[in-house]
Design a protein around this ligand. Sequence first.
Ligand SMILES: NC(=O)c1ccc[n+]([C@@H]2O[C@H](COP(=O)([O-])OP(=O)(O)OC[C@H]3O[C@@H](n4cnc5c(N)ncnc54)[C@H](OP(=O)(O)O)[C@@H]3O)[C@@H](O)[C@H]2O)c1
Length: 262
Amino acid sequence: MQLKGKNVLITGGTRGIGKCMVEYLIEKGVTNIAVIARDKKNLKLLSEEFADVNFIRITGDVANIQVLRDAAARIEDKWGHLDILINNAGIVAAGPLEDIQDEDLYDQVAINYTAVMLLTKYCIPLLKFSEDAYILNISSGLGLIGMPFYAVYGSTKAAVRQFSDSMRRELAPFNISVTCAFPTATDTEMMQKFTGRKMDAPDYVAQRSLEGLLKKEIQVIFGGDDRLKENTLNFEAPEELDKQVAQNYEERKTASLDHKAV
Ligand SMILES: NC(=O)c1ccc[n+]([C@@H]2O[C@H](COP(=O)([O-])OP(=O)(O)OC[C@H]3O[C@@H](n4cnc5c(N)ncnc54)[C@H](OP(=O)(O)O)[C@@H]3O)[C@@H](O)[C@H]2O)c1
């Protein structure tokens, strides 16, 4: 599949993994990119950085239904159809469940999950007009294995995985493929708290996820063999993983405190 000439919509394309995906798409010849993000200044900077690209800049919160409806309407008006939808925007607020603020719990569900379902819903009619359409959803390794102190974030990301599976099967007759990516710790502002720790580079995660989209891979799982083994253990012998997690419980708890990027 040639990326050149495709119409792309991405949420959270102004920073981190999302910005790297925008850069990769441009490098591969994409010139029509719609981006949703809250910070107007960053959207403007993006369009100034890539002056040759036709951006549709949508300033707003993906948790706001009207922002999502307007985004789909603007794309329909301007391009008539959409080829690639990338649900990337996400936030995290970790810690023991009893300490997570109610608003942060609601926001993680609304931004990481509800928005993914609604935006996909609004975009399906536009994707159906494409000859070959693609959806890429960015989940997380924490969406594959439920870890302590990430109950809310991990649940939203597990929901994205389930949603991706359902939609892949539901949209198969319309030639719309669905890929779900599961990054592990990646060096972005979301992980600022862990500076110094070994992490994946955002441009690597972006490129590998988009390669997965192009090859219509069902899942792109980061973290290498160790992560794959852990996933198998979690599925086949969860009590064994429980024991491993219990061994560094306090360390995990301390690391999760103040891990907040909202
Ligand atoms: N970094 C990691 O270690 C890691 C690991 C696994 C999965 N992930 C997932 O990868 C995705 C990207 O993460 P990242 O690390 O690149 O994050 P990031 O550096 O914090 O960037 C987040 C992007 O999403 C946008 N965004 C956040 N909330 C939004 C909202 N309510 N409405 C619209 N746009 C919003 C931000 O722009 P504004 O702030 O201007 O809105 C920004 O462009 C997320 O879904 C995250 O959960 C990340």
